[in-house]
Ligand binder design. Structure first.
Ligand code: KIV
Length: 288
């Protein structure tokens, strides 16, 4: 960028013009290559869940790098006990609201329960999230190598999700830390490598011991985003309603009440974003 300096333009005007140029650049949505570059440079990636246009605009304004339209909306928006009742129509609707108000943040949308039972089903549903919803990436839970490969072959960016898998709650029995035993940790590590090899461009680790999450984050080349997985992940995600302390149930131990010390919601989101960037969140008390 070249700014022609004449006697009729002041330093302040130059600064204002530079800010205009740089904010125009910042307002372009981040891409998966931007996020991969952040991992390579050691810059932490901040992410919050979002489900509507008002929160999307606020989260985006603060500079949070990614928004996840999570199927956690089944619990925090719809009031269910699990994420299982969430439909693809619900996800498309909320993703559309979030993407309509976003300028910079990268948008990931969850494929809900039973919408990726086969690779073809997964592709049809992922296409809806991207074409109608405006998502840039879809997330699916577990070791679904067949679906990941198929989606990636169609040009659909995929985020894997290992550790605690809320869509499998009826198999798990309770929402507890995963990968504590050596054999389970080894399997999770192998699963993470296999997802990356199948083409996943990002991985979420939920409720995983911090030491295991550190190993996985170090060994994988793709960004690893933690929730209850310690500070050594490449980035962090929290459920928005938990960190604002407006969730319906008890706030999980790995989350933090950011509204407590903030003047308003925007300040709380800013505090979270900065704490992630500076590796101040999660602290030991939020980790396993
Ligand atoms: O649905 C969701 O909000 C999620 C996060 C807990 C990672 O998947």
């Amino acid at each position: 960028m070249l700014i022609w300096v004449t006697s009729s333009i002041s330093i302040t005007e130059i600064v204002v013009k530079m800010n205009q140029y740089s904010s125009a650049a910042i307002l372009k949505p981040l891409s998966i290559t931007d996020l991969a570059a952040m991992k390579r440079c050691g810059e932490k990636i901040s992410c919050l869940t979002a489900y509507d246009a008002s929160f999307s605009a606020l989260i985006d304004k603060v500079g949070v790098d990614m928004m996840l339209v999570g199927d956690s909306l089944g619990m925090v928006i719809q009031g269910h006990n699990t994420t299982l009742p969430v439909t693809i129509e619900d996800m498309v609707y909320h993703t559309r609201l979030v993407s309509a108000a976003r300028q910079r943040a990268f948008i990931i949308a969850d494929l809900p329960f039973m919408t990726y039972a086969t690779p073809v089903t997964a592709t049809k549903n992922a296409a809806k999230l991207m074409q109608v919803g405006g998502a840039q990436m879809v997330k699916l839970e577990g070791l679904r190598i067949d679906c990941v490969r198929f989606l990636v072959d169609q040009g659909i960016p995929v985020c894997g999700h290992l550790g605690l898998l809320p869509q499998s709650i009826n198999q798990l029995g309770s929402y507890t830390v995963q990968g504590r035993e050596q054999a389970d940790a080894e399997k999770m590590f192998a699963d993470a490598l296999n997802l990356q090899e199948a083409g996943a461009a990002m991985l979420v680790l939920e409720c995983v011991p911090a030491t295991l999450a550190k190993v996985i984050s170090t060994e994988l080349t793709i960004p690893v985003i933690g929730i209850g997985a310690g500070v050594e992940c490449d980035g962090q995600v929290l459920v928005l309603y938990d960190m604002l302390d407006i969730g319906l149930g008890k706030r999980p131990r790995f989350s933090r009440n950011f509204i407590k010390d903030a003047a308003n919601i925007e300040e709380a989101i800013k505090a979270y974003h900065q704490a992630v960037k500076q590796s101040l969140f999660p602290a030991a008390e939020h980790s396993f």
